[in-house]
Design a protein around this ligand. Structure first.
Ligand SMILES: [Mg+2]
Length: 262
């Protein structure tokens, strides 16, 4: 009887530990489950990417006859624009460990990100129309070789070192866009983050940056093509009150506090 009691207490302790573990996980990376599921398993996601890239091709057609002295170029972001990194997000959920430089490098070094729906065809279409594609990404320059290899492995047009501009010391892409503008006219920008288009969207400290989008609403679908990414992005900065170094628990609370109910 005494042995049974000890066994029961022992089992209760193990079960309690498991529950605590689950509760901890729920407070760290489980918020990603629905967004990653949507990204990977909803036909709507595929349709939306096709819709955006189909429209981007039409925008190229519309601008082909524009008389511009400089050659024409399209600027695209890489992650969640041309390449699908959602398996990395899945790994965050499974391990309970979010983005770190180390975990991200572990993923990028696998060189196994696949093309997003319509992205590969779009790059080739632009090339067929004499429009160059520049890849401006906030992947670190430390990841230059693996990123270039991944783009080449997938078969993207203009996947070479002169068309790939990664992050050196600033997340702002303005300087890299300006570099492209020295020799090209940028006729279209495609991304999943507003900062992929213009520096005016970088500051989200006032009302989530909504007003800046309102003031520039005519540019969407015209110069800017916005792709969906519910998994992460600069929009999170506003949710976290632009604070850095928050704990997972603090982030969890702020996500809940920012929800609009009724
Ligand atoms: Mg991106």
């Amino acid at each position: 009887m005494k042995k049974l009691l000890i066994l029961f207490v022992g089992l209760s302790f193990i079960l309690e530990s498991c529950n605590t573990q689950n509760a901890d996980n729920q407070n760290t990376q489980d918020h990603l489950i629905m967004s990653v599921l949507w990204y990977q398993k909803s036909a709507e996601m595929k349709a939306m990417y096709y819709q955006c890239f189909n429209w981007a091709k039409m925008r190229i057609d519309m601008k082909l006859d524009d008389q511009i002295d400089l050659p024409k170029a399209v600027v695209v972001d890489i992650d969640e624009t041309m390449l699908d990194n959602s398996p990395f997000e899945t790994n965050c959920i499974r391990t309970g460990i979010g983005y770190t430089k180390e975990t991200w490098s572990e993923w990028t070094s696998k060189i196994s990100a696949t093309a997003l729906p319509g992205a590969l065809e779009f790059s080739k279409y632009a090339q067929s129309k004499g429009v160059e594609v520049f890849y401006i990404s906030n992947r670190s320059v430390d990841d230059f070789d693996v990123t270039l290899k991944n783009l080449q492995q997938v078969g993207f047009a203009f996947a070479d070192s002169s068309h790939l501009l990664l992050k050196t010391n600033t997340s702002s892409k303005k300087a890299r866009r300006d570099l492209v503008k020295e020799n090209y006219e940028i006729i279209l920008l495609i991304g999943d983050n507003l900062g992929d288009f213009s520096e005016i969207f970088e500051d989200r400290s006032t009302n989530y940056g909504f007003e800046t989008v309102e003031e520039n609403k005519d540019k969407f679908g015209d110069l800017f093509i916005m792709l969906p990414n519910p998994m992460y992005g600069s929009w999170e900065n506003a949710v976290f009150n632009n604070q850095r170094g928050l704990s997972d628990q603090e982030k969890y609370q702020l996500r809940k506090e920012n929800l609009i109910g009724y």
